[in-house]
Design a protein around this ligand. Structure first.
Ligand SMILES: Nc1ncnc2c1ncn2[C@@H]1O[C@H](COP(=O)(O)OP(=O)(O)O)[C@@H](O)[C@H]1O
Ligand SMILES: [Mg+2]
Length: 217
């Protein structure tokens, strides 16, 4: 039996609100293998983003744990292990588009030629002409593609993406879906929170988050 790359066991997460606490995750279980692309659906507010924050080590569960390649995570793991594309993107505003995408490769050389890898990813996503602009100088949909290029440039073992097609026009969506599939084909465990049926259509497995737990769709 192979060890799943990502394994979440019994995750619980409660948030405090003035109007009363909300227990968003209630003993959630998820196991994803290398090379597998899993989509997570669920209504708005069901806890998809909260789940990705826990899986990426940006938030801590009240109970349960997350294992990466069998090891417990302790804080946010390095980008080459687990890359996250959050809903808010998190691009460095003082770096150009190309510098943002190169960042994981500069922090930890992967053996790739940096210029070539960055150019290839920007080209694939149709934003190569924006390489020298700053994030604030391009549209949100274009920033979303730049953030995806940055997330995957360092060839992470786990890729967590939150609504990666939410701000894209229909013409840009196939390239994003193609890249997500390619990451899985290259061995990454890919988890995508999404409302988009076009993303669910390329999944190996679909799960739905409701009442704090996942069920297979
Ligand atoms: N950091 C936080 N502090 C307080 N409440 C939060 C926080 N993050 C999420 N929540 C609450 O958890 C619920 C799930 O939110 P979220 O994970 O963003 O849902 P989704 O991504 O499925 O739309 C919401 O009720 C939201 O208000
Ligand atoms: Mg969300």
């Amino acid at each position: 039996m192979t060890t799943p790359v990502l394994h979440a066991l019994g995750l619980r997460r409660r948030f405090r609100h003035p109007s009363g606490d909300v227990e968003v995750l209630r003993g959630l279980e998820l196991s994803v293998d290398a090379g597998e692309l899993v989509t997570v659906s669920g209504r708005s507010g069901s806890g998809k983003s909260a789940l990705l924050a826990l899986l990426g080590g940006f938030d801590e569960p009240d109970a349960g744990r997350v294992l990466l390649a069998g090891e417990p995570i302790d804080g946010a793991p390095p980008w080459h292990t687990c890359a996250v594309l959050p809903q808010a993107l998190g691009l460095a505003q003082e770096l150009t588009v190309a510098e943002n995408v190169a960042l994981p490769l500069r922090l930890r050389p992967s053996g790739d030629d940096v210029e070539r890898r960055v150019g290839e990813l920007l080209d694939l996503l149709g934003v190569a002409h924006l390489a020298d602009r700053y994030p604030g100088e391009v549209s949100f949909g274009q920033q979303q593609r730049v953030a995806l290029a940055r997330a995957v440039s360092g060839r992470p073992k786990v890729l967590l993406t939150d609504e990666p097609t939410a701000h894209l026009d229909a013409a840009s969506t196939p390239a994003v879906l193609g890249l997500l599939r390619r990451c899985a084909a290259e061995g990454a465990a890919v988890i995508v929170a999404t409302h988009d049926d076009a993303v669910h259509a390329i999944a190996d497995r679909r799960v739905r988050l409701a009442d704090g737990v996942l069920s297979t769709v």
